[in-house]
Write a protein that binds this ligand. Structure first.
Ligand SMILES: [Zn+2]
Length: 879
């Protein structure tokens, strides 16, 4: 570790309230791309009961201070202290007005935090701490105030001038300049401030709220994208209606703006009434966006809209509470998508996402509870743990309290805390008080990191017809937390007879048996459940609907798994059983591969997949999920020492084996789904396309696939079918792939979002050669290292989703990637830190790869002036 590279850690226990109220903030911007002048006027008032005098402490970064006055008196250089990112005015009067003027330089801001330039317009990103790059202010979420924002700019260069709240006034100035004024009546923290200035086109719609408020909805995009906003607008209207119906929450202003930009570090940002979106989550047309893109847009539009209550009206006291708004809002967007599409498919995809992104976090150097205790750089804690695991913990409240109880808790939460900055404890208290229950033990989920493991064993006594299930829970130590306690686990259980019938569940003390899923609570390290009147040895259906975010271990026989796959009433368990069976088969062949033995295909797997494929009743999207083999990274997580090449070979062997065995069924199913109907956006049509794509991917393992893919590509009228065909041709090394790629490129070369897909298809190709392809593609005119979407599509996909490419034995993938992290760190530390995390799990590989990755981490750590963002990731990984 080098001195000066690691920033200081900040601890949750050190929180102290800000001593001042800021009653109002007036901002005046003289907008210019090279230089923007920001004048701020703040009214400070010492909080009641605070001892006087107090210092006023403001945050600022990269600001050129022009002047500062206190109660109309210019302060001399001796009357304030600037140190690092703070400006301190000692001994300020109890009531005072502070005015500052600063200059900032948007065009040279490549970090994409604060005010920056994207194409032809200027915009802001303030979460978590970007506001300090705009002006001096207490940049912390517990300082909430009302904003009045005046924007002044050249009319032809910046015809559109937007900020939060309502437009209250506007006018023209001499010299072709104009101004507009926005006022937001709702007090908000700095991270929700936004401004946009530039030449943008718009699409407009209206929504009338339940109580009759007419809300103008506008989506601003660059003019050439006007025909790609329809789905985003429809999603917004659906989200507004859904939140009224399901959560009893209504929109509170007359205007709602969404602005799409190509240059964005994250997915989207919920600034009050002025959401700013990565264009990936706004723009869609059938020929440019896949079904997954459409679903992503619906989810993210919903997510940011739902923040208006869970995040904006009630916000976080400090950044340690990030999951208060994010876990809750992810839960809300998951429920929204579940209600819009297929609940079961949505649940499966969310669990797959949790397992593939969050479980590795728990098992790596950045493990942290959903509410961390300390951080160096808060940007590194926008993690799958805070978001996705946070959402599963909200889901557990919902499971334990039921929909009515959960909604009672939400109601009380808003009654108590509307307009406040609060903590996760306040949320838990509202849920507990509204339902008259004690949730003290449940609160451990907020402070304990790691993925709990639940080992389940059973015993059936035929003579007494008693069935005993024993659960042992254990959470392995994480690097920052060695000892763990037993957690409260909602345990949804069913029992199946061998013929697939659901068996009634009855405890000894009960007079009657109940059929269907039974919700039990596990809260001890070891717990036993005994059921009576069970006529035969049952197949347990465990943690239905994934009722707790745990790893479940039970020694299922292939016959038992087959019973669950074919008959379970719970779609999640059916899918999970198929995954488990495929996982067992692949890992077994991976071992054979390592021992130089011939790989074999288990007939029970073929039978199970045949059953899935023959099911004409089930939702095709569910069948597609069941037929999707576990990905290589997930399989790697199941091994003590990752065998990169063995996993790839075994997974390929199983897929090809299944394809050969089931070729006639696959061909028939594909033909039936490939009915030549024109594109439709409906959930049913999307479900059919998902099964069609998976059938094609299997068929591409056989001699039948290539011509089917070529025909599909030829006749495709939508991006889902097009990509499925080209990806397939690339993966099978077809001579047609090169032509397909070059035709795709010449058609879409001017389209940033579609070109992302072109980069992804090439970065994901397995094997040693891909690192060279990726290096060459960095010189492509459509690539820019300054653009986060491009970095994620080419470099991120290569290092995080292409195991055999990244982990090439000679280490060339590692060296390439470390070079990129170093290059990015000088431009955009947030993105550089995300990329650096590709090395997080280096200790899980063989000695040679370990040594190579460690050397690259050390090389990054040794860079002069490394950002705190990257230093925190790299130093944690090396520790
Ligand atoms: Zn969010």
């Amino acid at each position: 570790m080098k001195e000066g590279i690691s920033g200081k850690a900040i601890y949750r226990k050190d929180y102290t309230a800000y001593p001042w109220d800021v009653n109002r903030l007036d901002l005046h911007f003289e907008i210019g791309s090279e230089t923007t002048v920001v004048r701020a006027q703040m009214e400070f008032q010492l909080k009641d009961g605070t001892k006087s005098p107090q210092a006023i402490v403001l945050n600022g970064s990269d600001l050129q201070l022009v002047s500062i006055t206190l109660n109309d008196r210019v302060l001399s250089g001796e009357e304030y202290i600037i140190e690092g990112e703070t400006l301190t005015i000692p001994d300020a009067p109890q009531n005072c007005v502070l005015r500052t003027e600063v200059k900032i330089h948007p065009a040279s801001n490549s970090a994409l935090e604060g005010l920056y330039l994207s194409g032809q317009f200027l915009l802001t990103q303030c979460e978590a701490q970007g506001f300090r790059k705009i002006t001096w202010f207490p940049d912390r979420p517990d300082v909430m105030t009302t904003y009045r924002v005046t924007l002044e700019a050249d009319q032809s260069e910046f015809p559109v001038l937007l900020s939060n709240g309502n437009l209250v006034d506007a006018g023209e100035l001499t010299g072709g300049r104009h101004w507009v004024r926005w006022e937001d009546p709702f007090p908000k923290p700095t991270y929700l401030f936004a401004l946009v200035a530039g030449d943008l086109a718009l699409v407009e719609d209206h929504f009338t709220t339940r109580s009759g408020r007419d809300v103008v909805l506008r989506i601003y995009v660059e003019a050439e994208n006007l025909d790609r906003c329809e789905h985003a607008m429809e999603s917004l209207v659906n989200a507004m209606r859904w939140d009224e119906e399901r959560f009893d929450l209504e929109y509170d202003l007359d205007i709602y703006h969404i602005v799409a930009t190509n240059d964005f570090n994250m997915g989207a940002m919920e600034n009050k009434s002025l959401n700013i979106f990565n264009s990936k989550y706004v723009l869609a047309r059938p020929d440019t966006a896949t079904d997954a893109d459409y679903q992503g847009i619906e989810g993210v539009i919903g997510h940011e809209y739902f923040h208006n209550w869970t995040g904006n009206r009630v916000t976080c006291q400090d950044w340690f509470q990030l999951t208060l708004k994010e876990g809750l809002t992810v839960f809300r967007d998951e429920e929204f998508s579940a209600d819009m599409q297929s609940r079961a498919v949505k649940r499966i995809r969310d669990v797959r996402d949790l397992r593939s992104r969050q479980f590795p976090e728990d098992d790596g150097p950045m493990a942290h509870p959903i509410r961390p205790d300390h951080y160096v750089e808060i940007n590194n804690f926008y993690t799958a743990t805070v978001y996705q695991k946070g959402a599963t913990i909200i889901r557990m409240y919902h499971t334990l309290l039921g929909e009515d109880g959960f909604q009672k808790g939400m109601k009380l939460y808003f009654e108590r805390h509307d307009g406040q900055a609060v903590t996760c404890d306040d949320f838990l208290a509202a849920m507990a008080d509204a339902n008259g229950v004690n949730l003290d033990r449940f609160s451990l989920w907020y402070s304990q990191s790691g993925t709990p493991q639940v080992h389940v064993s059973d015993h059936y006594d035929a003579a007494t017809q008693r069935y005993t299930l024993k659960l042992k829970q254990h959470t392995p130590p994480t690097h920052e937390q060695k000892s763990k306690q037993a957690l409260v686990l909602p345990f949804a259980l069913g029992l199946l007879a061998a013929n697939g019938d659901e068996l009634p569940l009855q405890f000894e003390a009960e007079a009657d048996a109940a059929t269907g899923t039974r919700l039990l609570i596990v809260e001890e390290a070891e717990q036993e459940f005994i059921f009576i009147n069970i006529p035969e040895a049952p197949v347990p259906s465990l943690f239905r609907d994934y009722s707790a975010p745990v790893k479940v271990f039970f020694d299922y026989s292939p016959e038992q798994l087959a019973t669950l796959i074919a008959h379970d009433s719970d779609a999640f368990v059916r899918w999970d059983a198929a995954q488990r069976m495929a996982e067992d088969a692949i890992l077994k062949q991976c071992l054979a591969h390592a021992q130089g033995l011939e790989m074999t295909l288990d007939p029970s797997l073929v039978r199970a997949f045949k059953g899935i494929l023959s099911d004409q009743q089930a939702d095709p999207a569910l069948l597609a999920e069941a037929m999707t083999l576990p990905d290589e990274d997930y399989l790697a997580d199941q091994m003590d020492v990752v065998d990169v090449d063995g996993i790839h070979a075994a997974r390929k062997f199983i897929k090809k084996g299944l394809a050969v065995e089931l070729v006639s069924l696959l061909t028939a199913r594909f033909a039936k789904l490939n009915d030549g109907q024109p594109y439709q956006k409906s959930a049913t049509a999307m479900a059919r396309r998902s099964l069609k794509s998976i059938c094609l991917s299997y068929l591409l393992e056989t001699s039948a696939g290539e011509s089917l893919a070529a025909t599909q590509l030829e006749s495709s009228d939508n991006m889902t079918d097009t990509l499925a065909a080209i990806k397939g041709l690339i993966l099978m090394d077809s001579p047609l792939a090169a032509t397909a790629l070059s035709e795709f490129e010449s058609r879409w070369k001017a389209d940033a979002l579609v070109m992302d897909k072109w980069f992804i298809m090439q970065a994901i190709k397995p094997g040693r050669k891909t690192v060279d392809t990726v290096r060459k593609l960095m010189d492509h005119p459509a690539f820019s290292i300054q653009n986060p979407n491009k970095v994620r599509s080419l470099i991120g996909v290569f290092s995080m989703l292409n195991p055999t490419g990244f982990h090439t034995a000679d280490g060339s993938g590692y060296t390439f990637h470390a070079d990129r992290v170093i290059e990015l760190d000088g431009l955009n530390p947030q993105i550089a830190a995300r990329m650096a995390s590709a090395f997080n799990r280096w200790k899980r590989y063989d000695e040679s790869r370990k040594a190579l990755m460690k050397a690259e981490l050390q090389r990054i750590a040794a860079v002069d002036n490394l950002s705190g963002d990257v230093a925190e990731i790299v130093n944690n990984a090396l520790r």
